[in-house]
Design a binder for this molecule. Structure first.
Ligand SMILES: Nc1ncnc2c1ncn2[C@@H]1O[C@H](COP(=O)(O)OP(=O)(O)OP(=O)(O)O)[C@@H](O)[C@H]1O
Ligand SMILES: [Mg+2]
Length: 549
């Protein structure tokens, strides 16, 4: 009997099927195609014995996506089907009964109980075009009862839901096992990757990151848990050949990412001082004086002088009472500057200072700067990341001015822990102007600002069992609540629901590909170590170079 239409209500179509014959999954797409009956010959009684030839179809069809399954409620189901069969000789009911009649009486009862109902949402109307179909918005049309129901293959799915401008990023497989790639341009601007703890968010982020690098995109990752530091390193061989990968910049005490006051920026420095408890009035005095200092430094540089302002200069100024006449203010500033110095992010000499724009140039044609912020305390992170975001903004402005368009793709793991709401708001609202693309990776869904949800271009959701989270995500308007709830609560391991520009707003479930031969593990510290032999397969493999250019 394969799959039969049971009923259509609104945009929901219910289908009866025998799970022993067809293996359907939530998220799968079905083509429900109208068949135009071709009477065999003759009239009257014979007319009912119509034969259908698939070749002779009206061609139109519906694309429906399975959102859940129900077992057929046995007595009511039989009654309805009997009524249908008696009432209008409708063919599906006929066929269902004929199908059941093929079983011996005892088995018929069992088979009947085995039937399931797939509840599917009608999403598109499909018009025949060449070998496949062109999907269009569903206008309410429904086929006659004479239909042929088949699975939508991944090629037809991709042809209708995924753009291809030649920048393909391969990120996994569709439910029917076919390769799933997205167009790089459709991934640009604002993306969210979310799901419950341990559902594979960071892994998907790494898959996207490595594909972006492969396609020559410059990326920047804020790595809170040392999760990205073991990805293949960015290397330039003696012959100048580049192996694209990641450059790890460690912030904090003992790290290799240190900056001078000028590069760090006044605003971020003020954020850091305020987080360390500098009162507002003192902050104002500090801002005034340092603003002038930075202007003087600019002047000197324009006159060909080499200038470097370290944190020690500012501490000496506080000690010399240069910020205010009031000693209390100078002392307040001095003590906070000492705290800032202890974070280890300031260079004491130009030799020690690292320039982010210079590092960016190294990965401008493909690669990533992984900024390891695990060594920074909570208070220091905000100012530090604000400083990097300002520098990224500067990089974007340079790219715009030069017309080169090598805009960065920036990954924020749990941004709410180190980026202020204002900065996040700024990034998402200005990203179209600046060219920057951001990925917000989080399991704290309620912490995702509505600004992000509204501006979001793509949403990648891994398993998400909680109603509150699903409701919050529903505000994005990328997907209806019903589909969202039904899909993300049922996602299997390593599967993701993808929706947005990358899927032309069609919800697609994929299995995220496995990164073979690449060390994706972070550096989680454990008290208990494994004492029993473990499967050593993947972790033993050597990292593969991404691409030799
Ligand atoms: N597609 C995949 N193929 C193989 N292994 C995967 C895949 N996705 C995730 N994993 C594994 O599942 C585990 C959890 O993944 P991951 O750390 O990405 O989850 P997470 O959602 O980021 O967790 P957290 O909320 O703790 O940050 C990891 O050990 C990872 O290697
Ligand atoms: Mg993670």
């Amino acid at each position: 009997m394969s799959i039969q239409v049971y009923q259509v209500r609104g945009d929901i179509i219910e289908l009866i099927f025998n799970p022993k014959e067809v293996d359907l999954h939530v998220g799968e797409n079905l083509l429900i195609k109208e068949i135009r009956p071709t009477p065999r010959r003759g009239d009257g009684e014979e007319q009912r014995e119509v034969k259908y030839r698939v070749g002779n179809t009206s061609g139109r069809g519906l694309i429906a996506q399975i959102i859940e399954f129900r077992t057929a409620s046995y007595p009511s189901f039989i009654r309805e089907q009997l009524l249908l069969a008696l009432g209008d000789h409708s063919d599906p009911a006929d066929r269902l009964f004929r199908y059941l009649a093929d079983f011996p009486l005892a088995d018929m009862d069992r088979e009947m109980r085995n039937l399931n109902i797939a509840v599917a949402k009608i999403r598109k109307v499909a018009e025949p075009s060449g070998e496949g179909h062109l999907w269009d918005r569903w206008d309410g049309w429904i086929p006659t009862r004479e239909v042929e129901i088949t699975r939508v293959g991944h090629q037809e799915l991709l042809a209708n839901c995924v753009n291809d401008l030649g920048n393909r990023l391969h990120i996994g497989q569709t439910l029917d096992g076919g390769p799933f790639s997205i167009e790089g341009q459709a991934l640009e601007k604002v993306n969210v990757i979310t799901g419950v703890k341990g559902s594979g968010k960071s892994y998907l982020a790494k898959v996207l990151l490595l594909e972006l690098i492969k396609q020559g995109a410059p990326c920047i990752v804020f790595d809170l848990n040392k999760e990205y530091i073991h990805l293949p390193p960015h290397e330039v061989g003696p012959d100048g050949r580049v192996k694209r990968g990641v450059i790890v910049l460690r912030a904090g005490e003992g790290g290799n990412l240190k900056m001078g006051v000028e590069e760090f920026g006044l605003e971020p420095l003020l954020t850091m001082l305020t987080k360390f408890g500098l009162p507002e009035v003192s902050a104002l005095y500090f801002e005034n004086r340092v603003f002038k200092l930075l202007e003087e430094a600019k002047q000197l540089r324009q006159n060909g002088r080499k200038v470097f302002i370290g944190l020690d200069h500012l501490i000496q100024m506080a000690e010399a009472g240069e910020f205010a006449e009031n000693e209390v203010i100078n002392n307040a500033i001095r003590s906070r500057l000492l705290a800032v110095k202890n974070t280890g992010v300031f260079a004491s000499s130009p030799l020690e200072a690292v320039s982010i724009p210079k590092q960016y140039r190294k990965i401008r044609d493909g690669g990533a700067l992984v900024i390891d912020i695990s060594g920074l305390g909570n208070l220091a992170r905000f100012g530090f990341v604000q400083s990097i975001v300002e520098l990224i903004k500067g990089i974007c402005e340079e790219e715009i001015a030069a017309g080169t368009g090598k805009f960065p793709f920036v990954f924020f793991e749990e941004a709410h822990l180190y980026v202020s709401r204002n900065t996040i708001g700024y990034i998402v609202t200005r990203s179209r102007h600046l060219g920057i693309t951001s990925f917000f990776i989080t399991n704290m869904i309620s912490g995702l600002d509505e600004a992000v949800l509204r501006q979001m271009d793509n949403l990648f959701i891994m398993h998400l069992p909680y109603d509150d989270d699903v409701k919050h995500l529903g505000k994005s308007a990328l997907i209806d609540q019903e589909t969202l709830a039904s899909f993300v609560k049922r996602l299997r391991n390593y599967h993701a629901l993808v929706i947005g520009n990358v899927t032309r707003q069609y919800p697609i479930i994929i299995r995220v590909k496995e990164l073979k031969g690449i060390n994706t593990a972070g550096e989680t510290k454990f008290f208990f170590q494994a004492r029993l032999p473990q499967d050593q397969g993947r972790s033993e493999e050597r990292p593969l170079p991404l691409e030799v250019g």
